[in-house]
Write a protein that binds this ligand. Structure first.
Ligand code: ZN
Ligand code: ZN
Length: 254
């Protein structure tokens, strides 16, 4: 399976070379898309990713740095069908979001754009609860609540299983310990946001959770954006080669 970072930045002002957060899991039998920061579909398309191959999109919470690129992504799916004269693979597209209110805004934009977002595939929108939210025979995805939004239910972290591997994606969290149970159980890759947490705090925490095999930092805040090299050195001094500060376009075969 291939993991690709489409955007590595937190919700700050535009940064050179970085877009707001988004990453994908490409199983070879469908793409699973996590968060949709601005420019995610632009990057994906120009990097050769077949956007018509998406099966499911997962939004962690409705902050703009996670959904700013969502209308454009959905618009691009429809546009590519027309441009390529090709129907969307699998005949459906599924969107999981903790905020249907936020999605209504997205849909409002799409329905007022050309074509009124009339699509020829089955477009399913689901409100994310907690527990197992998807098991389509290819991937299993679980969701838990975190307190990033200040109220329970509006912000999720995800755990993804595919082909014997496990990935944990923090989304934005109030505290890394909100994923304690999953981290104790272990994973092959953890994507952890550093927009609200220092590199040292995150790395020390993961050092105490040896079943986490690999840590990719994403959703960078100012510490990493302005002191990238020092942050890389600090992270490796604590965790060695298992830690990586991701950049837009980074790719990993798991
Ligand atoms: Zn964010
Ligand atoms: Zn946020």
């Amino acid at each position: 399976m291939r993991i690709k970072v489409l955007g590595s930045c937190s919700g700050t002002e535009p940064m050179p070379g970085r877009h707001h957060v988004s990453w994908i899991l490409d199983t070879g039998n469908g793409i699973y898309w996590f968060d949709a920061g601005e420019g995610c579909s632009y990057n994906a398309h120009l990097w050769g990713i077949d956007i018509l191959d998406i099966r499911s999109i997962f939004i962690s919470h409705p902050h703009m740095d996670h959904v700013g690129g969502l209308p454009e992504l959905l618009w691009t799916v429809r546009k590519l069908e027309w441009v390529k004269k090709q129907k969307k693979n699998y005949g459906y597209l599924e969107l999981f979001t903790p905020s249907l209110t936020s999605f209504e805004g997205t849909l409002g934009m799409l329905k007022n754009s050309e074509g009124n977002f009339v699509v020829d595939f089955d477009f399913r929108v689901k409100k994310v609860e907690t527990g197992l939210i998807l098991d389509d025979g290819i991937v299993q995805v679980e969701a838990i609540d975190n307190m990033h939004m200040g109220i329970l239910g509006l912000s999720k972290s995800y755990r993804i299983r595919h082909a014997g591997k496990t990935i944990v994606y923090s989304g934005d969290v109030k505290d890394i310990s909100e994923m304690e149970e999953w981290l104790n159980e272990g994973c092959d890759l953890m994507f952890m946001e550093t927009g609200h947490h220092s590199v040292k705090t995150v790395c020390d925490y993961i050092a105490a959770h040896p079943k986490v095999k690999r840590l990719w930092l994403i959703h960078h805040g100012r510490e990493i954006l302005y002191h990238t090299q020092e942050s890389r050195e600090l992270a490796s001094s604590i965790l060695g080669e298992m830690v990586h500060i991701s950049d837009d376009g980074d790719e990993l075969e798991l």
